[in-house]
Design a protein around this ligand. Sequence first.
Ligand SMILES: Nc1nc2c(ncn2[C@@H]2O[C@H](COP(=O)(O)OP(=O)(O)OP(=O)(O)O)[C@@H](O)[C@H]2O)c(=O)[nH]1
Ligand SMILES: [Mg+2]
Length: 325
Amino acid sequence: MFGFLKRNKKTSASPAVSSASEKSLHQSITKSRRGFTEGLADILLGAKTIDDDILEEIENRLLTADVGVDVTAKIIADLSKRVSRKEMNNPQALMQSLSEDMIAMLKPAEQSLQTETRQPFVILVVGINGAGKTTTIGKLAKRFQNQGKTVMLAAGDTFRAAAVEQLKTWGERNNVPVIAQGTGADSASVIFDAVQSAQAKGIDIVIADTAGRLHTQSNLMEELVKIRRVMGKLDDTAPHEVMLVIDAGFGQNGLIQAEQFHQAMQVTGLTVTKLDGTAKGGILLAISQKLGLPIRYIGVGEGIEDLREFNAEEFVDALLDHQPD
Ligand SMILES: Nc1nc2c(ncn2[C@@H]2O[C@H](COP(=O)(O)OP(=O)(O)OP(=O)(O)O)[C@@H](O)[C@H]2O)c(=O)[nH]1
Ligand SMILES: [Mg+2]
């Protein structure tokens, strides 16, 4: 799976990746490769015609990759229909159809984040504990900087002293201003300060971190609603992006989280992290079919460059890639 990370494909809008990080990417993928297509190529190569066994094999693999029951059923129904209509008669054509179906499902989620519409453009990053919010913020800040934009961070995770420090240290190292108050400060007030300061200084993008919270913790979900309300006093169109960060390893559970966060905060875009370390990349299909939300970025490692704009073709290519490492 995710063999595409080694190849520099056509659509990548990301800045050039250094060879060192390319190598570590490669290594992490090799380690975690338990892919969708492992063994599938052998089955297909050995087969002359398409039979129920092959369709069943594909069905199992889709389910294992966390595509989910409903979306899997939809794909298998379409493939079966095409087989019975004799629109395809060999396994290669079947793989081609599978790929087309998956791309068609994911295509609507391919909507890149446009930050030029406002100044400052405010991104509020939300998600459950450990999903990868703070890491993604670091990666995003770097990406925007590389594009010549000015960035300011807001240390809105005021729960843990370590969280504020994590962001501050990162900001200092990368020359990105970080607005922070002490531990226990009001998150909404920290983020308000940041937006105000960014307005005064003409900063292009503010990225606000928040504490991880479970979608079931209604008081903490309320805090997010408050953050929105408070920054609205400075700019009633802010936040311009409510970015939900989901760990791909959460599988179908991530879907439930997303629904709850969406209900409370009207999520406008997703970043799905840790796609390098899981065999559950199929969750993206479930997400795009069930939620209809844009998938802005995918996280493919812990390094600063390990963030990619989501691209449907590239992703499906990787999922169906049966080349050895
Ligand atoms: N392999 C891999 N690890 C990642 C990725 N993104 C984040 N991580 C790791 O996941 C762990 C949690 O990341 P954080 O960014 O601290 O997560 P968070 O959502 O800010 O967590 P809280 O602040 O505790 O809610 C860290 O060890 C990160 O290095 C990714 O795309 N791939
Ligand atoms: Mg964090």
